[in-house]
Write a protein that binds this ligand. Structure first.
Ligand code: LIP
Length: 273
């Protein structure tokens, strides 16, 4: 019910603050770094500790809820995505920034019900910027309502794209063609290194669009709610309906702009979550 969701939202916000505190504590310390899918796909002890803490707290508050987390999934467990209320969490999105002490890193917390994202929370504890949205109730940055630019013309758009952590030459070649084509068509590209914060930036009207192939559901579940509640669109880069488990996303300030971006993008082909 509405009332239940409102209470769950408040719990998520409180947990994001506590997790943010853990991330900030470790930001300027030495870090134990290991790698996952490639030598550029990083994970730290803090990622693992934050996810463990979050999962434990959720199981305590809501024993019936499911949790999909970046670090537990990295153990080789296949994702089981059901209609159950499901927390999809990236304990640190922008881990590479975190490792390099670039203060553009966050915790990303999404909640899906019947597989639809309904709550999104993204918190950068280093700069203390807190984004949140609940379906049907608007999107906020540090408690101020946010909105996309609404831009439709690609010639005057500013985009965010990422290079990603995949190091296979064939996939990288497609990605770089996409970067080339979107840069050619617009005012330019920026790459900040966190999918969740990228989506929030479009939501607050700093850039007009963002597209990436190769991300995972925990990078984008929260951002999807925040973008939509800010009046933006979330689609598959092919132009189809958005699919949380497809490893790809396109967000934009308007549908006309989203489709213009989509027409310029090729799919490198990543295995589904
Ligand atoms: C990262 C994303 C980033 C993307 C990387 C990676 P992580 O997430 O947010 O935008 O380019 O490939 O997926 O690994 O820091 O949680």
């Amino acid at each position: 019910s509405e009332e239940e969701l409102c209470e769950i939202y408040e719990t998520g916000i409180q947990l994001a603050k506590e997790c943010g505190h853990m991330i900030k504590e470790c930001f300027y310390r030495d870090k134990k770094v290991t790698t996952k899918a490639s030598y550029a796909d990083l994970v730290t002890e803090t990622d693992q500790n934050v996810e463990k803490f979050f999962t434990k707290e959720i199981k305590k508050h809501y024993p019936g809820h499911s949790v999909i987390g970046e670090e537990t999934t990295a153990d080789g467990k296949k994702i089981e995505f059901t209609n159950n209320p499901t927390w999809i969490i990236d304990p640190i999105d922008g881990t590479t920034n975190f490792v390099h002490r670039i203060p553009y890193t966050c915790i990303s917390i999404g909640l899906t019900v019947n597989k639809e994202p309904v709550i999104g929370i993204v918190y950068n504890p280093i700069t203390d910027v807190f984004f949140k949205a609940r379906k049907g109730h608007g999107a906020f940055c540090n408690d101020k309502k946010i909105a996309v630019t609404g831009l439709e013309e690609i010639e005057s758009a500013m985009f965010i794209m990422e290079f990603g952590s995949n190091r296979e030459p064939d996939k990288m070649a497609v990605k770089f063609r996409n970067l080339f084509n979107l840069n050619k068509a617009s005012h330019g590209l920026r790459a900040y290194g966190s999918a969740a914060l990228n989506m929030c930036n479009v939501a607050q009207g700093e850039e007009d669009g963002y597209a990436e192939h190769g991300i995972h559901c925990w990078d984008i579940a929260a951002g999807a709610v925040i973008v939509e509640e800010a009046g933006g669109v979330v689609i598959d880069p092919s132009g189809d309906k958005f699919d949380l488990m497809s490893r790809k996303v396109l967000v934009a300030s308007s549908m006309p702009l989203a489709l213009k971006m989509s027409a310029l993008l090729e799919d490198p082909g990543f295995e589904r979550d």
